[in-house]
Design a protein around this ligand. Structure first.
Ligand code: GLY
Ligand code: MN
Ligand code: MN
Length: 492
């Protein structure tokens, strides 16, 4: 009996620990982040230092904050997901003569049992060492007097401050960290030291030695864009998963859609599928616009009670372990394109095909846009909607391609296309009510957006599992979704 009881408790205990620690194991590894820091270091100018800050905590209302999201550069280089942190990367190893060599330092949130009871576990210094692989990890408070002599570098690189954080009761919050850094790099101040030797300027009036910090707020963004625009194999695994999850959301709504659905309900179907596949967030606020609402490019109200017989433009992306998809499908709520809807849809489809065809190594980021734009403009002229190309531009007012990755609009240098870049190809036509054309076109909005991996063997459409041609869409919309059987009590 005792043995049975012991086994029972062992079972409960171990089951509990599995449940508690049963988090996914396919996050980017500490080795990935370390290798990315090495890659950045290799691209840094000699005798330079780069300083990165964690994203601010954003307040939603009163004592409720938005779900925290790390700054993508910070996450890329560290894997650290908590706020109030600083990363310092040196181009060369420091302190060689005195031993205790280092070429990077991470300052993290201090552990605090009371705070952790409310908001969850913090990694702290030990976690930063053992789980993230930083040999030189410190509490944030130590950054306030970091002892780093920023005057000794030929470049101190950081991204310009947006100054959009709050000062809280935490003495080492982002506000304090940034204020301290500003003072350490003498921002807006002249920092004067007596009797100093080295590469210095002499202020002859005061007869003092003046050491200046050589600040640079431009180079770092460019270096990071150069790294992040080409995805590593580890990143592609996560990005492909985010895109496939998003395509599955599009497939399910094609089956579930009916004219009585609200825009919010459509959004909910996509986001439910995302969660079911383990996606933590949406990569950006979901866009679901029926009819004329689709003409607002980033329509996120999603407040129309019934999508009726309109086209429904759905631009949504799952975020999986930080990586976000960006996929748009536009479908007829009643399952069949009207003649006008189909005419516009098919132009956008042809434009997208033309854009994807030129998404090849050696072309530029502008190539898909030029190819798609030509098809859209000619199509609009042929239908009599636009008089000429410059008139047509109003109906296609955005670019065709951007990188995706940790950001939905991921940084890039926007030069030549290279293998292992992932970019969107997303032409659209938007004809708002009141446009200067036959009213039969009014309120039609179509965008088709796919996520394209560039390879040595040509473009691969990562979101191809979501049907794209008008006939494939109509075919899938004839099928039933299990969600059609979901019945809930009427609350009225
Ligand atoms: N979802 C935003 C965009 O397509 O760029
Ligand atoms: Mn996009
Ligand atoms: Mn989009």
């Amino acid at each position: 009996m005792r043995l049975l009881l012991t086994l029972f408790f062992v079972f409960i205990f171990s089951f509990g620990s599995i449940a508690q620690n049963g988090t996914p194991e396919d996050y980017l590894s500490a080795a990935f982040h370390k290798e990315r820091r090495e890659a950045l270091r290799a691209s840094m100018p000699a005798n330079s230092v780069a300083v990165f800050f964690a994203n601010p905590v954003r307040n939603r209302a009163n004592d409720v904050d938005y779900v925290y999201h790390q700054d993508p550069n910070f996450y890329y280089l560290t894997g650290y997901k908590e706020p109030h942190a600083v990363l310092v990367i040196f181009s060369e190893t420091q302190n060689v003569s005195e031993g205790n060599n280092y070429n990077e330092k991470l300052y993290v949130q201090q552990r605090n049992a009371q705070a952790e009871q409310w908001t969850g576990r913090r990694l702290g210094i030990e976690g930063a060492k053992t789980e993230l692989g930083f040999d030189n990890a410190y509490n944030g408070i130590n950054f306030l007097n970091s002892g780093i002599d920023f005057t000794s570098f030929d470049k101190v690189m950081y991204e310009d401050f947006r100054d959009d954080y709050r000062d809280t009761r935490n003495g080492a919050d982002l506000y304090n960290l940034v204020q301290s850094f500003k003072s350490q790099i003498q921002l807006n101040t002249s920092f004067t030291i007596e009797n100093t030797t080295g590469d210095v300027e002499i202020d002859s009036d005061a007869n003092m030695v003046v050491k200046t910090v050589k600040k640079d707020t431009r180079t770092l963004s460019r270096l990071m864009a150069g790294l992040r625009e080409v995805k590593t194999a580890d990143e592609l695994v996560l990005l492909k998963k985010a895109v496939r999850i998003s395509a599955m959301g599009q497939r399910e709504i094609m089956k579930a859609m009916h004219p009585g659905m609200s825009e919010t309900e459509v959004q909910g179907v996509h986001e439910y599928i995302y969660k079911k596949y383990g996606s933590e967030y949406e990569g950006y606020p979901s866009i679901v616009g029926a009819g004329n609402n689709g003409c607002v490019l980033h329509y996120i109200e999603n407040s129309k009670m019934k999508v009726e017989n309109d086209l429904v433009l759905m631009d949504l992306g799952a975020e999986y372990h930080g990586y976000t998809a960006d996929v748009t499908r536009t479908i007829p709520a009643n399952g069949k394109f009207s003649d006008e809807q189909k005419a516009i849809y098919d132009i956008v489809y042809d434009a997208q095909e033309a854009g994807i065809a030129v998404t090849v190594i050696g072309n530029t980021m502008q190539s898909p846009d030029a190819a798609a734009r030509q098809v859209v403009y000619q199509g609009l002229i042929d239908l009599g909607i636009a008089k000429n190309a410059s008139d047509a531009r109003q109906y296609f007012p955005h670019g065709t391609s951007h990188h995706i990755g940790l950001d939905v609009h991921d940084p890039g240098t926007y030069g030549q296309l290279q293998a292992n870049m992932v970019i969107t190809v997303e032409p659209g036509i938007y004809i708002p009510i009141g446009s200067d054309c036959d009213p039969k076109w009014h309120g039609i909005a179509v965008r088709i957006e796919d996520d394209i991996l560039i390879t040595e063997n040509g473009p691969i459409n990562l979101s191809a599992e979501a049907p794209r041609t008008s006939s494939e869409i109509e075919k899938l919309m004839k099928k039933k979704s299990v969600l059609n059987g979901l019945e809930l009590p009427d609350l009225d």
